[in-house]
Design a protein around this ligand. Structure first.
Ligand code: IMP
Ligand code: MG
Length: 177
C-alpha cells in the first residue's frame, strides 16, 4: 500500500457543534411536520446518525446507495443505484443526507429520480462542500462546511473503503516514493 498521512481539518468538537446547528435549523424549518432522512450509503452514515439525534420533529430514516466513485480518488462520472430505498417517499418531506458534494454528479443524477416519486418536498443536506470542484449545479439547502479542494477522509468518508471510522475529518496526503 502507498505511503500516506492524515492531518486534522475539522475536529470532532467542531463537527458536533456544527451538526447541532444544522439540527436546529431543520427543527425550525420543519416545525409541526415530519421529516424523512435519506442517508446516502456509505459515506453519510455517521453524519446521518449525529444529525438525526439533534432533530426534535418526528424523523424516519431510509437508505440508498448510489456511487460515482471507483476505488481511487477521482470521479468516473457514472452513477448507479446499488441499493434502493425500502419505503415510498410519496407525500413526505424528504431531506437527502450527503457526506460531501464534489463535482455534483451524484446528486444531480439522483435528485430527478427521487423527485419522480412525488415527495411533498425534497432538500439536500451535506456535511461538506467543495465548491471549487463543482461541474454540475446542485441546490443545497443545508451545508455544514465549505472545504478546500483536498481529498478528505473520516467521519464516514473513505479512501479505498478505509478511514471511515476516524472521528474527525482529515486531509489525506499521499507521499511518493
Ligand atoms: P460527486 O458526485 O463528485 O459530487 O461526489 C460525491 C461523492 O464522491 C461523495 O458522496 C463521496 O463518496 C465521494 N467523494 C468526493 N470527494 C471526496 C473526498 O474528498 N473524500 C472521500 N470521498 C469523496
Ligand atoms: Mg466514497
Amino acid at each position: 500500500m502507498d505511503n500516506h498521512s492524515i492531518s486534522v481539518l475539522i475536529s470532532e468538537d467542531e463537527l458536533s457543534k456544527r451538526i447541532a446547528e444544522l439540527g436546529e435549523q431543520i427543527n425550525a424549518d420543519y416545525e409541526g411536520k415530519e421529516v424523512t432522512l435519506i442517508c446516502i450509503l456509505k459515506g453519510s452514515i455517521f453524519f446521518t446518525c449525529e444529525l438525526a439525534k439533534r432533530i426534535s420533529v418526528p424523523v424516519t430514516i431510509d437508505f440508498i446507495q448510489a456511487s460515482s466513485y471507483g476505488s481511487g480518488t477521482s470521479s468516473s462520472g457514472v452513477v448507479k443505484i446499488k441499493k434502493d430505498l425500502d419505503e415510498s417517499i410519496e407525500g413526505k418531506n424528504v431531506i437527502i443526507i450527503e457526506d460531501i458534494i464534489d463535482s455534483g454528479n451524484t446528486l444531480s443524477r439522483l435528485l430527478p429520480l427521487l423527485k419522480e416519486r412525488n415527495p411533498e418536498s425534497l432538500e439536500v443536506c451535506t456535511l461538506l462542500d467543495k465548491p471549487e470542484r463543482r461541474e454540475v449545479e446542485v441546490d443545497v439547502k443545508y451545508n455544514g462546511f465549505n472545504i478546500p479542494d483536498e481529498f478528505v477522509v473520516g467521519y464516514g468518508l473513505d479512501y479505498d473503503q478505509k478511514y471511515r471510522n476516524l472521528p474527525f475529518i482529515g486531509v489525506l496526503h499521499l507521499e511518493e516514493n
